[in-house]
Design a binder for this molecule. Structure first.
Ligand code: IPE
Ligand code: IPE
Ligand code: MG
Length: 241
């Protein structure tokens, strides 16, 4: 297999972790089993991408639309998220040694107080790190995020701090969860779907896309290598020639 020498790495990759349910169904298992396997893949791929030197990695774990799923499935996903947060707290020293900064993208007010406490704790405990910026999008929606930013700008306009004509792209970016992070260079979506599903809409304005039929629990470091090799060969023009 042709392999990248990783000399042209994206600064920010976004990964839509999709296909857990189909993975479980194929095996006659409950969907929650797919999420358990998917959570293992998330740990493996996050670690691998960080070791490669990708400085910003965003994982889509739960969308604002995913509340439409059966309650037991939502509960199973939240439980897995809690277990991950506990593990991150237990392994805090290890994470700090590796320079990992963990952040959560999305509206956390709808999550349980226990989850919110852990998210705040881990963000705060890793906030001085900068080598690997690991973002996990939970109750995240790209349109909702932009709306939230626009509302903050509207407040500034109402208070007289800013005039409507002065509103800039930077003002909108500054109100996003990723305000101090680079735009997304590469979006990776397994499971055969070819859509963004409301993921990092603003940040992916000029992102390259890479799709694969592999279901997320089966996604390997080789698949990430393939995506990175494809990225390396893309000609990013940003509107130029
Ligand atoms: C996991 O994959 C992504 C989440 C929303 C948690 P899915 O649960 O969407 O798996 P499929 O698409 O049904 O196979
Ligand atoms: C996108 O997957 C959301 C996450 C991976 C968290 P979905 O499975 O919810 O997306 P759709 O419904 O197929 O667009
Ligand atoms: Mg899906």
């Amino acid at each position: 297999m042709e392999k990248s020498d990783f000399s042209v790495l994206p600064s920010h990759i976004g990964i839509i972790m999709d296909g857990n349910g189909r993975w479980a169904k194929k095996r006659g298992l409950e969907r929650s089993k797919g999420h358990i396997e998917g959570a293992k893949t998330f740990r493996k791929i996050g670690e691998y991408a960080g070791n490669l030197g990708i400085s910003h990695i965003s994982f889509y774990a739960f969308s604002t639309e995913n509340w439409a799923r059966p309650q037991n499935e939502v509960d199973a996903i939240m439980q897995l998220f809690y277990e991950y947060l506990e593990e991150a707290r237990e392994r805090l020293d290890e994470n700090l040694e590796k320079g990992i900064r963990l952040r959560f993208l999305g509206d956390r007010a709808a999550l349980s107080p226990e989850l919110q406490y852990m998210m705040d704790y881990i963000e705060d405990a890793t906030k001085e790190m900068s080598k690997v910026n690991l973002n996990i999008a939970v109750n995240y929606g790209g349109q909702q995020e932009i709306l939230h930013s626009v509302k903050k700008i509207a407040q500034r306009v109402r208070s007289g701090e800013l005039s409507p004509d002065e509103i800039s792209l930077d003002d909108i970016s500054a109100g996003l969860y990723t305000s101090d992070q680079p735009p997304v260079d590469l979006v990776i979506r397994p499971s055969g779907e070819q859509r963004l599903s409301n993921f990092l809409l603003w940040q992916s304005a000029y992102a390259e896309f890479w799709y694969s039929d592999v279901l997320w629990p089966d996604f390997t470091t080789d698949d990430l290598d393939k995506a990175l090799l494809a990225y390396e060969k893309r000609n990013r023009r940003f509107g130029g020639i």
